[in-house]
Write a new protein. Structure first.
Length: 310
C-alpha cells in the first residue's frame, strides 16, 4: 500500500523501534497492561456474532493478543505486523506468524482481511489518519477494525510531577511521556478514514505502585517511554528523577503510601462499508434516547482496576 502524504512528524519512529528492541528481552515481565487490554478486545470481539477467518494483528509486540485469539471466532489465518525485530522474534518463538513492518505502512493487500485488530500500538503513529485509511482499505467489505490505544489522560500524575521537577531544576519542559488523543478527535478520524458505524469510547485503568521508580521501570519494560522529536537531547540532572518521585508521592500517595498511575484506554471500532449495513438516522430524527430504552444513565468513561505493581 502507498503511504499518505507525510504529516508533521511528532514521534521519532526509529526511536519507537529502538525502545521496543530494548524492551523485547524482558517484555513478558512488564506486559500486564497489554494482557489486561487484550482481554477487553476479546470481550468486544465476542459481542460480534460472526467469525473472522483472516486477521491482521497490527503492532503485535510479542504476540500476546494473537496467542489469546488462537482458535477463537473462526480464525483460520492470523498474521501480526511488528515494528521491532526483537519483539517479532519473541512472537514467532511463541508460534505467531509475524512480519516486521511499520504500522504507518501496512504490508497487506487491499480487501484481504476480515478483521484488523490492534493492542496499544497506534498512539505512537505519526500519520494516524493515513494509517486508518490503510486499515480500511485492507478490510474486506463489512470487515471489522477493532483497536485500543492510550488516550490523553494517561499518566496524568506522572506528567504533573515531571513538569514541576523539570521547571524547577532545568527551567523548561520536555515531552517525556506518551501522546494525547481524545474521544472526539478519534471519532472524527474514523469518519474521515471512511469507516461505517464508527464508535469510540474509553475506560480508565488505575494501577498502584510503591514508588514512582517501579512505574518508570514498567514503562521502559513495555516500551512506553517518550519518543517525541521535541524532547530535550540532554540527559537530565541526577536530581531529576528523585525529585519526580518525591513530588509524585507527595501529591498522589494514598493512605497506604502507594501511588496511583492512570492509563486511559481508548477503544476504537469501525466497519469497512457494505450495502447490508444499517444506515444511521439523520440528526434530530431519533425518537428515543438509547439510555432511556435501556433504563440506564449515559456515561462516556468507566474505571477499571488492574493489578497492583511493585
Amino acid at each position: 500500500m502507498t503511504k499518505a502524504a507525510d504529516p508533521i512528524a511528532v514521534f521519532d519512529r526509529a526511536l519507537v523501534a529502538r525502545h521496543r528492541e530494548r524492551a523485547a528481552a524482558r517484555f513478558a515481565q512488564h506486559d500486564f497492561l497489554f494482557a489486561h487490554v487484550a482481554e477487553g478486545l476479546v470481550d468486544r470481539l465476542y459481542d460480534v456474532r460472526r467469525g473472522f477467518p483472516t486477521v491482521l494483528d497490527l503492532g503485535c509486540h510479542a504476540g500476546g493478543l494473537a496467542r489469546r485469539l488462537a482458535g477463537e471466532k473462526g480464525i483460520e489465518t492470523l498474521v501480526g505486523v511488528e515494528l521491532s525485530e526483537g519483539l517479532a522474534r519473541r512472537a514467532r518463538d511463541a508460534g505467531v506468524a509475524v512480519a516486521v513492518g511499520d504500522e504507518e505502512l501496512l504490508p497487506v493487500a487491499e480487501e484481504s482481511c476480515d478483521l484488523v485488530i490492534s493492542n496499544l500500538a497506534l498512539h505512537w503513529v505519526n500519520d494516524l489518519p493515513g494509517a486508518l485509511i490503510q486499515v480500511n482499505r485492507a478490510l474486506k467489505p463489512d470487515g471489522l477494525f477493532l483497536a485500543a490505544m492510550l488516550g490523553g489522560e494517561t499518566l496524568a500524575e506522572l506528567r504533573q510531577a515531571m513538569v514541576e521537577a523539570e521547571q524547577d531544576l532545568i527551567g523548561g519542559v520536555s515531552p517525556r511521556v506518551g501522546p494525547q488523543s481524545d474521544l472526539r478527535d478519534l471519532a472524527s478520524l474514523l469518519q474521515r478514514a471512511g469507516f461505517a458505524l464508527p464508535v469510540v469510547d474509553s475506560d480508565v485503568v488505575t494501577v498502584t505502585y510503591d514508588t514512582a521508580f517501579r512505574l518508570i521501570a514498567d514503562l521502559r519494560g513495555m516500551a512506553q517511554t517518550a519518543t517525541h522529536r521535541e524532547r530535550r537531547p540532554a540527559i537530565p540532572p541526577r536530581a531529576f528523577w528523585p525529585e519526580v518521585a518525591r513530588r509524585y508521592h507527595e501529591r498522589h500517595a494514598g493512605p497506604d503510601g502507594r501511588i496511583p498511575a492512570t492509563f486511559q484506554v481508548m477503544w476504537l471500532t469501525g466497519w469497512a462499508p457494505h450495502e447490508s449495513q444499517q444506515k444511521p438516522l439523520r440528526p434530530g430524527t431519533a425518537r428515543h434516547r438509547l439510555a432511556d430504552a435501556l433504563g440506564t444513565t449515559e456515561e462516556t468513561t468507566g474505571v477499571k482496576a488492574a493489578p497492583r505493581r511493585g
